[in-house]
Design a protein around this ligand. Sequence first.
Ligand SMILES: C[S@@+](CC[C@H](N)C(=O)[O-])C[C@H]1O[C@@H](n2cnc3c(N)ncnc32)[C@H](O)[C@@H]1O
Length: 682
Amino acid sequence: MTPSEPRVGKPSLNPGRLQKKMAAGLASLYDPADDPIPWDSALFNGSEEDVGKYEVRSEWVGTSQFFIESNVELQENGSLGSLINYHKAIEHDLFQSPYDPLIHLDYAELVNKSGFTDISTAISHRALILIEGFLSKAPEFYDQVRNALATRLQCHSSGPCSPYLIEKEAQELHLQAYRHLLNGLLGCACFWDGLVKAKIALDKWPEDPVLSAIRKSLKEGFEDRHNGLKALGPDQEDLVVRTRTGKIYQKAYPWIPADLYKRAPALVREVNENFGAGNCEVRPVNFGSRSSLSALPVSLEARGKQDIGPLGVFATRDIKAGELVMVDQSITAVSSISPSKFEHCDACHATLKAPFVPESQIIRPDCCGAVAYCSRACYLKALKGNSYHKVLCRKNFEWLYDCNGSGVSAGAGHKWQKVMFLRIMAIIIADRRQQILEGKTPTHPLKHHIVARMAANYAPIEKLHPNVPSDWEYHENIVAPTKILMMLDVNIFTDRDFSPEVIQTIYWRLENNVSMSIVDFSPSRQQTHASRQISDTSNENAVHLICLSPQYLFFNHSCERNVSWHGAISNPCVSLDWITGYNGQIMKVGSSTVFCKAIRDVKESEELKISYVGDPSGGGVDESKEMAAGRRKDMRIGLEKWFVGGCGCELCERETREMSVCGTNGGEAMDLNLLSKLGGQM
Ligand SMILES: C[S@@+](CC[C@H](N)C(=O)[O-])C[C@H]1O[C@@H](n2cnc3c(N)ncnc32)[C@H](O)[C@@H]1O
């Protein structure tokens, strides 16, 4: 914890209002019978009276690392029931009056108090959009916000005093919104972004003591982290990035219907239709020690409509070494290069440079001519019927590429998320529009087949402090997706299908499932080995692709992998067998297709596993033992992003045993929790 913890854990911006409402009991405000929002979360599947029967409801302790203890205390004091009730009441109020910024701010305050500071920041951001829209007389918000405020203040717009009263209320809410926003950023350990926003707020309200107090905490948090990271000695670029990045825990939001988080057997059956090269399929998996790494002896049917749990890929027959296991064309691939540069196909990301694609094959859509496709198949993927290009057409998203690709050493860093989010949203919105045209109910974004198949990397529910907090930034996680949705004509204030909780859940799923590839067409490129490409991120001609591949995403990791893979067709020097599909068709150079092959004989029912980190031994050609050991250590640290304590392979288990022996001897143990330290404590 940082020294600022107590101030972060117990901030109360307007304690009077919140506490009075909670103390008053909400039954008077809220009648569940006319609740338009179903409250059937299986995470909260009891009645309010059930609260308190459990020692700690860990799903309710929040996503912020700073609120856990105070929320445990709150539960021990028996306040969780009224907090949950109040949550329901505000959701109801938001449904009734979506343009009243006060209700958004009440909601932000409540979720902040519950420790879900990522969501409270997002709600405050939305409140700011409404308030600043009203104050600047933006046509899309002015009337809506004025009417909402006039109704609540019971002063009718025709009355003589009303414009003054309404303006005054908006001014007051403006200050409150900034306080909530800063408090949220503080809870997300997003000190840099918080300080930037604090400066803007203090320029407007220089005398405000609450803003000054929060800024002080932000500054202390920032300095603590900076000094702590500096002492660990990362390089300068990493230091800047890591100092600026916020950290929160990935958690399911307990007020979201549990069904939206479930992957049911029916989904697995759908995924398995035409899966891979016909020699493998997706099945439930049991993670654990080496001996227990096998498919669960549970049929899909036996699981009924329950969540199927973690999945993996299994051989459906004996597979020979060298046999193709999968050629997976991505749903979408994004890079730091805007498609408007016409360097790559906007659908598959294949290079459009000569001589790889003849000029005559390149298609630009008539509607805007703003992007290009490498083939008719890709063109149809984007434009056929109501497909996604129509949602994006003539909208300028160049701002997404500003400062893209800068970041940590893992290639494109995490700046890809907003670009990927844009494409995924365009696909979902296009499908929803089509469903509406056909008179159907539009599918919830979390149930859309692209998003529903992915699982986020949530820690077990009973774990109050998950091992590794995740990167989180105000611009990436809040500002950009909000702006994207608004530009795609989603009404984020009335459409709860696009709530901040839904957006963040999609971000977590993407983060856990995308793969990274590097494409480099510079003439000097002679490498042909996949693991070398992964590790070589230094070439400035290299393009870092982030791909979402619908089948490949089900592979689990093992340092004793039996399948090798390579991502995009990485450079012009690869041999033909790298780019040949199932029926002998040749994939386009630079396209985001992922190829997987067995690297040894595999028995029927054995799990097929890949390496997430290149050559898992850490060794490379011409590398000394020390260098290899160093690289192996980095890999174990890198793997902590997905799981902690090793993958279950013999090598990981041996290292873990040696580590505990070294630890007790006082020798130099491999510090496998380094990543948690970098993220969690700083
Ligand atoms: C790309 S997904 C793989 C598919 C995933 N298991 C699923 O159910 O959809 C990556 C996630 O799988 C899990 N995973 C992969 N390999 C693992 C291993 N060896 N041990 C434990 N968890 C693993 C981690 O939760 C990781 O975040």
